[in-house]
Design a protein around this ligand. Structure first.
Ligand code: ATP
Ligand code: MG
Length: 338
């Protein structure tokens, strides 16, 4: 059988499970924006069906979905260059996810560390959706035959599972239908850590607001959170090796580098030898300079949510031109009478 060539196509999503964080921006959105100008079709998604794998107040979910769309657009994702969608408006995602629930194996799913982290000690009380999350994520990607997925490092395991699902489907049905998607995990901040605990990822769903920088934080809040960020008492090193056993220091330097589009080495050449009392205000100033234009634009867009709704509805129409034929073909391969 000849191996099909797939259109270079990017898909990625973010959950409206809270407000956007600096981790989402540096780990994912910055790359979403740059990939629009490379040789890819780009599709970016608010994954509302993923968000409800843990409880979401309905009014908050509606607000967060629109605010996330505003965050995408304000960060530079153009509805002219990219297809921008809300997951539940493109029903083929959930339809393909059912097929993938029947392809993925229990043993594979039980190894997923995100489920273990999110379910915590009381896994029996977690939703079935939280357990099945990675199969829906595989469907989000593969319903577009996406070839590349820009994500933060925490999603690497889910992308490996996506490839396993694609490979098993292709093998079981004797086809070469789904591509083996490549993760794109690049940059100085693929894993931004909590400001309170250098061993924990910064997350929008962390109960502690002090643990994260929100894209909507004002300049004072931002400066205060950075000033209070956990650090050690030593001065900054002049070389990256000096950050090896200093997770909190490394995190702040990585954030600085990613915000300023510099390498960690370049940053340390400038700030090596500084105490945190000097470095933190510099970081706060840089963060305000980079983030406040985005948060101001988000606020402007949120003043007219009907325009956001129009953009999402148009995106859903464009998306379904891709997803409907791929779902039909999948059903045909599986043997469903249509
Ligand atoms: P939640 O706590 O609800 O899971 P989250 O902040 O982890 O929210 P997601 O919607 O799960 O955000 O992830 C969206 C994208 O942001 C993914 O590509 C993910 O890898 C990336 N991402 C999330 N947190 C970080 C982080 N701390 N550093 C870098 N990338 C991140
Ligand atoms: Mg997450």
């Amino acid at each position: 059988m000849t191996t099909p060539t797939f259109t270079p196509r990017v898909f990625s999503g973010i959950q409206p499970s809270g407000g956007l964080t600096l981790g989402n921006y540096l780990g994912a959105i910055k790359r979403f924006v740059s990939m629009q100008d490379e040789a890819f079709e780009t599709i970016y998604c608010m994954v509302d069906l993923h968000a409800i794998t843990v409880w979401q107040d309905p009014a908050d979910l509606r607000h967060n979905t629109r605010e996330l769309a505003a965050g995408f657009i304000a960060s530079g994702i153009s509805p002219e260059k990219s297809i921008l969608i809300n997951q539940s408006q493109v029903p083929e995602h959930a339809q393909l996810a059912w097929i993938f629930n029947c392809v993925a194996r229990m043993g594979w799913m039980k190894r997923m560390t995100q489920f273990k982290d999110k379910a915590g000690k009381n896994a029996e009380a977690a939703s079935l959706g939280l357990f099945g999350y990675p199969a829906l994520m595989a469907a989000d990607i593969l319903i577009y035959h996406a070839t590349h997925v820009p994500v933060g490092e925490d999603q690497k395991q889910h992308l490996e599972l996506t490839r396993d699902i694609a490979a098993k489907f292709n093998h079981d049905y004797g086809v070469d239908f789904f591509p083996l998607t490549e993760p794109v995990i690049e940059g100085a901040a693929t894993r931004v850590m909590s400001l309170r605990d250098g061993s924990k990822k910064m997350s929008k769903s962390d109960p502690s607001d002090a643990s994260r920088i929100n894209m909507t934080d004002d300049a004072d809040t931002l400066a205060k959170k950075i000033r209070k960020a956990k650090t050690d008492p030593d001065a900054l090193p002049s070389e990256a090796a000096g950050l090896a056993d200093r997770p909190e220091a490394r995190n702040l330097v990585n954030i600085y580098a990613a915000l300023n589009d510099q390498s960690v080495e370049e940053v340390l050449r400038e700030v090596g030898g500084q105490q945190f009392g000097t470095f933190k205000p510099l970081l706060a100033e840089l963060a305000v300079a980079k983030l406040s234009p985005i948060s101001e634009e988000m606020a402007r867009l949120m003043a007219d949510p009907s325009e956001i709704d129009r953009i999402l509805s148009r995106g859903a129409g464009q998306a379904r031109e891709i997803t409907a034929p791929i779902l039909e073909k999948t059903y045909e391969i599986v043997g469903m009478v249509r």
